[in-house]
Design a protein around this ligand. Structure first.
Ligand code: AMP
Ligand code: MG
Length: 324
């Protein structure tokens, strides 16, 4: 399969490219596109055969459900049973890196939901993503546009590296603002709202709007979000964590990469110093891919010790990458 590439200016989007891409989705094809979190690999969420191609292209286990991307709250309400809390959050925050799991309506094919009776919906905060959904006139099922188990792509070049020849089109809309995936919450039971995956949207903002704390699921409920079972977000070389008040991890520093906010006690071959936790999140997955491409043997990441902002999501991604 030949993968076409098109570059779009996010603030001056070429309508011709969006309608071509929307046509591919309508005909059951696969299009990778930018969102504010990471790049997504999209197909018509209501077309069983199209969604099957996503699992094939990524090598994704078929019980790992997909997020349905919508361009309006109305579109979401046609897919899932919204409750008053879901509506409240959607009105307050969407478009945002906030994914809500709710009881699914039967219009969603089972394959999109990974066989569950719930489905995950989100309105992305990126004009190209919203334009693509509008152009396709259907919700777009989209996991991250990487091969399963690899770090999520935050630019079109990383998508190309994993997906060239496997999908119909890549829309290049520049690098993703946030760099880590959305926060996923489960609102199926409005009395007990679960944080299934920390991510781009801070937990504090959601809790303030809900007026109640999010619960972190025990291992039993964690099974409800099948994606969290798999090794994820990982480069092919070992990732080690540096707690700044502890010893710097051992490895061959001449063939190692470091990413963090603070100056490490030794120099490594590759050094990516960030000036904020947001910048760290933005650079993390790109750094994994860059260090790997340089042929380094290990990656050292600073532990985001501070309890603020994006750090809960950032820690989650670092832990997952560092697990053997
Ligand atoms: P990804 O698209 O790869 O970033 O992952 C999507 C995440 O959303 C995975 O962790 C899924 O397990 C989770 N997810 C999607 N749909 C559901 C659902 N119906 N119930 C629980 N979790 C879901
Ligand atoms: Mg993913």
């Amino acid at each position: 399969m030949k993968t076409q590439r098109a570059t779009i200016d996010r603030w001056n989007p070429d309508i011709n490219v969006l309608s071509r891409a929307g046509g591919i989705i309508q005909h059951g094809g696969l299009v990778a596109f930018p969102t504010e979190t990471v790049y997504g690999l999209g197909a018509d969420a209501l077309n069983h055969d199209a969604v099957r191609k996503i699992y094939e292209a990524k090598g994704r286990p078929s019980d790992n459900p997909l997020i349905l991307h919508v361009d309006s709250i109305l579109m979401a309400s046609q897919l899932v049973h919204m409750n008053h809390l879901a509506e409240k959050l959607a009105l307050k925050f969407w478009p945002a890196p906030l994914t809500m799991v709710l009881p699914a309506k039967s219009i969603i094919p089972s394959i999109t939901r990974g066989g569950l009776d719930t489905a995950a919906v989100r309105m992305p905060d990126n004009p190209i993503a919203l334009g693509l959904i509008s152009s396709a006139q259907t919700p777009i099922a989209a996991p991250s546009a990487n091969l399963s188990g690899r770090p999520s792509p935050t630019d079109a070049e990383s998508v190309y590296a994993d997906m060239n020849g496997r999908i119909d089109m890549i829309i290049d809309g520049g690098s993703s603002n946030l760099g880590i995936e959305s926060t996923v919450i489960d609102l199926t039971d409005p009395n007990r709202i679960l944080l299934l995956r920390p991510g781009g949207m801070n937990r504090e903002l959601i809790e303030a709007e809900l007026g109640m704390p999010l619960e972190v699921p025990d291992t039993q409920s964690a099974k409800r979000s099948p994606g969290t079972r798999y090794r994820h977000y990982a480069p092919s070389i070992p990732v080690k964590i540096w707690h700044t008040d502890e010893k710097f991890p051992e490895c061959d520093y001449d063939s190692a990469g470091y990413i963090g906010m603070h100056e490490p006690p030794v120099k490594t071959a590759g050094m990516l110093m960030c000036s904020s936790w947001d910048e760290y999140s933005h650079e993390l997955f790109a750094a994994f891919r860059k260090f790997e491409a340089k042929g380094y043997l290990c990656i050292i990441t600073e532990w985001p010790a501070e309890n603020s902002g994006i750090n809960e999501g950032l820690r989650d991604r670092i832990i997952r990458a560092a697990v053997d």
